[in-house]
Write a protein that binds this ligand. Structure first.
Ligand SMILES: Cc1cc2nc3c(=O)[nH]c(=O)nc-3n(C[C@H](O)[C@H](O)[C@H](O)COP(=O)(O)OP(=O)(O)OC[C@H]3O[C@@H](n4cnc5c(N)ncnc54)[C@H](O)[C@@H]3O)c2cc1C
Length: 473
């Protein structure tokens, strides 16, 4: 039996573009407030502080080593082990902070950008921590004139917290191996995610052995305090932004599904209502991680953009069924409670540098496009290209057309599979001859986003005016 609400009675009709908010500012004087402007200087400052911290940690390792210890048998090897351990652990904490969803950083490069930084960093902590374990074992074996294998047993049996640290290393190696692309692609996304959570456990298990044995900490109360504070600050940041804020926001907004309606075969709009949404700071183009609190779905949060600016007390998302989670949303029943994380996303009107824009929406990328359009001024003359595999998959088309018309823009539709339709570069050149003087936004699947970004570059759009949100990580 269909759970869709009949069209005539839809709350979703409140999202009619004719009812669009006339204009908005940060304080919400003219409607729900916009998300704050990104502050790139804060991102640069964070990068400088992180790099300075790494240098300080290495200097600390060198400064706390004495020349007499270095000249002992195994002294040099153990010294390298200490430095690699300090540097690797510090970088592991930075990796955790990068994905802690810190709002000022999220607003600058977006969640996908933070994930890229996280991925880019990831080989370093793991290799350094592994090197630390090898060098320390070999160094201790040289000092004791024993074999390396025998030394492993001695370290685990006789030294405080080394057993926990060894378990931590095994967990880190397992996570590192699971992250190798060929292996990761064979795993369910959820399995990989749960496995990744063990990194927090691994870090916690490794903490104590460094304080008990590290030359930088034994007999150095000040460095012990500073190191412990760095760890506590990292754990606090993760708890605040990944747990506390989402829980508080969800309790504050008390969201629940009020309506589910079909937009096209396999595509449904879900309207949720909540409290205090007039104070929710949100910019068109952003998304939330949604957790629908039903028995089968509560344990997974998936990213979906809003497909219109908030109309307090309502929010709307529009979802295309591509797998288990997205398909289940069409069957949600009114009253289902919803928890959210966010809003996230840096691809908003804030990043626009030129007056005019062009937007390409691939498939369900139309959701963010529709919402961004509402946030763009009447003088932006947007050229919007909607790309869909068939005419019925052109969801929200009429709403987009109305918003484009109000901004004196032009709407084009490209229907057909990627191989059936003309190349993106040729189409952009033909449909948007002044593209080099516009900001170019693109939302959608990875292949389309890559094509559009590549074409935009070739047609002279500078990198700072190319804004992309890939609808999959
Ligand atoms: C920033 C952003 C905004 C999005 N907005 C919308 C939207 O407005 N409407 C819409 O229909 N879809 C949107 N998506 C895509 C949507 O998140 C995925 O289609 C959905 O998560 C698929 O989950 P599944 O279990 O149904 O399918 P699966 O079979 O599990 O996944 C299908 C594909 O979706 C991607 N995916 C799965 N889970 C996630 C996840 N947690 N995070 C990122 N990607 C994932 C993977 O690349 C996977 O290959 C958006 C994605 C992102 C990253």
């Amino acid at each position: 039996m269909s759970t869709f609400t009949p069209r005539a009675t839809r709350v979703a009709d409140l999202f009619d573009p004719n009812a669009e908010t006339p204009g908005r500012d940060r304080r919400g004087r003219l409607g729900p407030p916009k998300a704050p402007r990104p502050r790139p200087e804060l991102g640069r400052a964070a990068a400088v502080i992180a790099a300075a911290g790494l240098v300080a940690v290495i200097v600390l390792g060198i400064a706390t080593e004495t020349s007499s210890e270095l000249s002992l048998p195994g002294g040099g090897t153990t010294f390298i082990g200490s430095i690699t351990g300090l540097a690797g652990t510090y970088l592991a904490l930075i990796m955790v902070l990068v994905i802690a969803r810190i709002p000022v950083l999220e607003r600058i490069i977006g969640q996908d950008g933070m994930m890229k930084v996280h991925k880019w960093l990831s080989p370093w902590p793991l290799s350094l921590i592994f090197a630390h374990a090898v060098f320390i074992t070999v160094g201790y074996a040289q000092a004791a004139h024993s074999g390396t294998w025998a030394e492993i047993g001695k370290l685990i049996d006789n030294y405080p917290d080394v057993l926990a640290a060894t378990v931590a290393l095994a967990l880190m190696v397992a996570i590192g191996v699971a992250s190798i692309r060929a292996i990761r692609e064979r795993m369910r996304r959820e399995t990989w995610w749960v496995l990744h959570l063990y990194m927090y456990l691994a870090l916690a298990l490794s903490f104590a052995h460094a304080l008990a044995l590290g030359p930088a900490f034994v007999g150095h109360p000040l460095t012990r305090i500073v190191w412990s504070l760095i760890w506590a600050a990292t754990a606090g940041t993760v708890l605040v932004y990944r747990v506390g804020m989402p829980v508080l926001r969800s309790l504050r907004y008390r969201l629940e599904v009020v309506e589910v309606s079909e937009e096209a075969p396999g595509v449904a709009s879900i309207v949720v209502s909540g409290h205090h949404l007039e104070r929710l700071a949100f910019s068109g183009g952003q998304f939330f991680a949604w957790r629908f609190l039903t028995p089968g779905l509560w344990w997974q949060a998936h990213p979906y953009s809003l497909s219109a600016l908030p109309r307090p007390p309502y929010l709307r998302l529009t979802v295309k069924a591509v797998g288990d989670h997205s398909a289940a949303l069409a069957k949600l029943t009114p009253g289902t409670k919803v928890a959210v994380e966010g809003p996230y996303g840096a691809v908003t009107s804030h990043v626009k540098r030129r007056q005019k824009v062009a937007i390409v929406a691939g498939g369900i990328g139309v959701t963010a496009t529709r919402c961004l359009l509402e946030d763009l001024g009447r003088d932006t003359n947007p050229v919007v290209i909607l790309r869909a595999s068939s005419p019925e998959q052109l969801v929200l088309r009429d709403e987009v057309a109305e918003l484009v018309r109000r901004r004196k823009g032009t709407l084009y539709e490209m229907i057909g599979s990627r191989t059936d339709t003309p190349r993106m570069g040729r189409e952009l050149r033909r449909l948007v001859p002044d593209l080099a003087r516009r900001d170019l936004y693109v939302f959608g699947p990875p292949g389309l986003v890559e094509d559009v970004v590549e074409a935009g570059r070739v047609l002279g759009v500078p990198d700072g005016s190319l804004h992309r949100e890939v609808f999959s990580w």
